[in-house]
Write a protein that binds this ligand. Structure first.
Ligand code: TTP
Ligand code: MG
Length: 359
């Protein structure tokens, strides 16, 4: 790449600190200074949405069963999520971002990329902009955010997570090399738990190790992703910041060759469809809160049944259990069925780049 001819972009990644828990602490001052776990009743089968930093000291973290969180920190305050309050803050911060640039790419309720190469304030320094944005967030929402500033999305996102809470971390083209070499392999964009283990078994523990492997070798081991990892190790990520539309739901469905009446056969089919759905969710790295079951009877009359949970999920056991509950709310086993579908909506994306484009 010829640096002379290419514009070095200015990207900011903003991520609110312990988002749901911070909103709870803000709105209920009596919680402050105490461990707070958002997720629900510790005696239920739910999972933790998030925990404040006080609770994290005890090992509580997102996606952990609330019952486990209770064992780790029984004196924590356990609360149900209040999505309307979080959505309100999410809209507030989005408005703040849009005062600086139209190139805003939200990743979830509390996270977004901003391309401020050109910005509405005509400020040349992204670091100054990031400070201003953080200040505005505190002023308008009484909550803190952490920011990462860099020349691409991958580096900006990692940077924002480094000095939480209330952090501001900058990675310049000059410091990127050293920064990447020291990064643990699990922190690289697109490297999940399974790939992380595979990398480690190959002796790749940090960016410096990754950089030693040739592109051909990486492609041989990891397929198409290998080329991506090769570029990441060199700080190359030209994905644009874009406010594109993403799928509102992920689903799977099956039309049967013969209409089904036997309830056990129907349950088996639901299980197969749930498997496909979970595979799709995990492949796209999205989770969702609302599960919808669609049933089309032999006369083409179609009904849907939905359930919205407290936290985002892609968990097969949970989806299966809820799908069976929804199935009971239909006439399965009484009326012949020609099609069954399952979908998850109210999505939360880890990274919008990995979400499916709107179909
Ligand atoms: P995160 O930004 O991943 O976490 P956080 O803001 O709570 O903490 P941090 O300071 O480390 O950024 O997620 C934002 C919100 O999304 C989080 O507050 C709750 C929700 N969430 C879930 O419901 N389930 C999950 O598994 C995760 C990771 C987040
Ligand atoms: Mg956050």
């Amino acid at each position: 790449m010829n640096r002379e001819n290419s514009i070095v972009r200015k990207i900011i990644h903003i991520d609110m600190d312990a988002f749901f828990a911070s909103v709870e602490e803000r709105d209920f001052p009596e919680y402050r200074g105490k461990p707070v776990v958002v997720g629900g009743d510790p005696k239920s089968r739910g999972v933790v949405s998030t925990a404040n930093y006080e609770a994290r000291k005890y090992g509580v973290h997102s996606a952990m069963p609330t019952s486990r969180a209770y064992k780790l920190c029984p004196h924590a305050i356990f609360v149900y999520p209040r999505f309307s309050a979080y959505i309100e803050v999410s809209n507030q911060i989005k408005k703040i971002f849009e005062e600086y640039t139209d190139k805003v790419e939200p990743l979830s309720l509390d996270e977004a990329y901003l391309d401020v190469t050109e910005n509405k304030k005509n400020i040349a320094y992204a670091t100054i902009l990031a400070k201003e944005i953080k200040n505005q967030i505190v002023k308008q929402t009484k909550l803190t955010a952490s920011a990462g500033v860099s020349y691409n999305k991958f580096l900006a996102k990692i940077a924002s997570g480094l000095n939480k809470p209330d952090g501001l971390t900058i990675v310049t083209p000059e410091t990127a090399n050293e920064f990447i070499e020291k990064l643990s392999i699990g922190s690289f964009f697109g490297i999940g738990k399974v790939t992380e283990q595979k990398m480690k078994s190959l002796g790749i523990h940090a960016g410096s190790d990754l950089k030693k492997i040739s592109e051909a070798e990486l492609i041989k081991i990891f397929g198409k992703s290998g080329a991506f990892y090769y570029r990441m190790a060199r700080g190359q990520d030209d994905r644009p910041v874009e406010n594109f539309h993403v799928a509102k739901s992920v689903g799977a469905e099956n039309t049967f060759s013969i209409d089904l009446l036997n309830i056990d056969t129907i349950k088996d089919e639901v299980q197969d469809i749930a498997n496909v759905l979970v595979h799709r969710l995990q492949k796209s790295e999205v989770k969702g809160r609302t599960l919808t079951l669609k049933v089309k009877y032999e006369d083409f009359v179609t009904v849907t049944r939905s359930k919205t949970g407290c936290s985002y999920t892609d968990d097969l056991q949970y989806i299966l259990k809820e799908a069976m509950v929804l199935l009971k709310q239909t006439e399965a086993g009484i009326r012949k069925i020609r099609l069954i579908g399952l979908s998850i909506s109210n999505l939360d994306c880890n990274d919008r780049q990995l979400c499916l484009p709107m179909q």
